[in-house]
Write a protein that binds this ligand. Structure first.
Ligand code: GLU
Length: 480
């Protein structure tokens, strides 16, 4: 493919939906794959939905995901400004061009009148098309007056890179608004002006814009412009049912996932594969893999179902991948904000030792908060948890106490408190007490952690250190 100019054109409404991000990933991949460019354009002309700080959130999220843009806010470029609200003169200029060629008109019709037309059509059970009511002698345009496109009813055919061959009849063409009364353009018009001015070759966006495409084609035609490649991205569906994923369907915003300790690599990987695959069984893709393997013709045309469990599974895979390929230091650097508060008074080396033995159980980095609490503070003794454990409930309290004392005695003999020596002593203890591993090891694990899970017992004990381990065992032996 020759160098593609793509764009990500979000509206700064404050909340970054999973689907919004996927609409940034695919244009990014196409731009990188072809040696082209990705433009970031902020579509902020709907002032009622504008949220302060939303642009920074978008920039920050893209940077976090590693989706650098080549032109746009912060980086600039030859086609700026990249905020639509700063380009209003341009839209007016283009709209006037259409007025001059007889393909647009100023429309002073008050909204009550338009509602009357609509009601009339409803009453007659006819579709409401504004072109049937357009003013016969429109006035000269003045600021404050909407400008409408003057449509010509005709059939259109086009190819969508994902949805295939499309055909529509004249009934979908109408006199859409180009410039609103407030002087701002509609999305319908502004994106065409911008995509043209910015040299965009591939218009990649959600499939919700597919039904409006004939009206866009009419504008391209009226302006004598070449059509770009249209790429409609399928809906992301809720985990259940056949509806679009919404805020209420359990999907968090990208910001929330980030705060929970989902890694950007995993988010990128998961979202890129939500509605695209390369036809193989591969599931884990680096950004570089995606750039190499992505292709428009393998984007699926049906909706892609959102599956948070899969995202979290993938995050676990990425946590392990980073630890094994880049080392525990590299993973540790990502964990700074995710430790329990009490961890702050421990050394980095100790935290790294904890991470080393626990990372392969993490689904998100914030799991560290719950899963490592007992490494940084003595757990509350919960005798109920101990005696109701499924392996221990067969034992009497006296037996438990004896077993703990035997354990303490045996561990006091360990000389070098390494994971190997501890394991050796535990093995001997199994023989001398005649207990099953599940019984003995559950007892020790609960007594030192009072947590539902822990890493391998000998590693946990070695990391906690002799003093802490022995003190906790003694305390439980006394409490029982
Ligand atoms: N501003 C539109 C939105 O956020 C973008 C659509 C497009 O990419 O053209 O939905």
């Amino acid at each position: 493919m020759k160098e593609a100019i793509t764009r990500f054109a979000p509206s700064p409404t404050g909340y970054i939906h999973i689907g919004n991000v996927r609409s940034a990933i695919y244009p990014y991949l196409v731009a990188r794959q072809t040696g082209g460019k990705m433009i970031l354009r902020i579509e902020d002309t709907d002032r009622t939905r504008y949220v302060e700080g939303a642009t920074e959130l978008i920039e920050d999220t893209l940077k976090w995901l590693g989706l650098e843009w080549d032109e746009g806010p912060l980086v600039g470029g030859p086609n700026g400004p990249y905020f639509q609200s700063e380009r209003t003169d341009l839209y007016i200029k283009w709209a006037k061009k259409l007025i001059d060629s007889g393909r647009a008109y100023a429309d002073p019709t008050p909204s009550e009148k338009i509602e009357e037309y609509r009601a009339k059509c409803n009453a007659e059970k006819k579709p409401f098309l504004y072109r049937n009511f357009r003013p016969e002698n429109p006035p000269a345009w003045e600021p404050g007056m909407p400008i409408r496109f003057k449509s010509e009813p005709k059939a259109y055919s086009w190819t969508d890179a994902v949805m295939g061959e499309m055909h529509t009849g004249p009934e979908v063409l109408d006199d859409i608004i180009l410039i609103k009364a407030d002087g701002f353009p509609t999305y319908n018009f502004a994106h065409i002006v911008d995509d043209t001015e910015m040299g965009v070759t591939h218009v990649m966006r959600g499939v919700e814009y597919l039904s409006s495409t004939p009206n866009y084609l009419a504008i391209y035609e009226a302006l004598g412009l070449e059509r770009p490649v249209f790429v409609s991205l399928p809906h992301i569906l809720a985990p259940q049912g056949n509806k679009k994923l919404g805020k209420r369907d359990g999907a968090k915003s990208v910001t929330e996932y980030r705060e929970d300790g989902v890694l950007p690599e995993a988010m990128l990987n998961y979202l890129a594969c939500l509605g695209w695959n390369d036809g193989t069984e591969q599931e884990i893709y680096t950004k570089q893999d995606l750039i190499e393997k992505f292709s428009l013709d393998r984007i699926q045309s049906s909706g892609a179902r959102y599956d948070e469990t899969k995202l979290l599974w993938m995050n676990g895979q990425w946590i392990r991948k980073i630890a094994t390929e880049q080392g525990i230091e590299a993973l540790y650097d990502r964990t700074v904000n995710f430790w329990p508060e009490a961890a702050a008074s421990y050394s980095e080396d100790y935290r790294k030792a904890v991470l080393t033995i626990i990372y392969d159980r993490l689904k998100t980095l914030s799991d560290l908060r719950n899963m490592t609490a007992y490494f940084f503070a003595d757990p509350q003794i919960d005798l109920d948890m101990l005696i109701s454990n499924k392996y221990l409930k067969k034992l009497s309290e006296a037996e438990i106490e004896t077993l703990l004392k035997q354990t303490i005695a045996a561990l006091s003999e360990v000389t070098d408190w390494s994971a190997d020596s501890i394991q050796e002593t535990l093995n001997q203890l199994l023989v001398s007490t005649g207990k099953k591993p599940a019984e003995l090891f559950s007892l020790i694990r609960i007594a030192i952690s009072f947590a539902p899970f822990s890493p391998a017992l000998n590693l946990t004990m070695a990391t906690l250190g002799r003093e802490v381990t022995m003190a906790r065992l003694n305390k439980v032996a006394r409490a029982i």
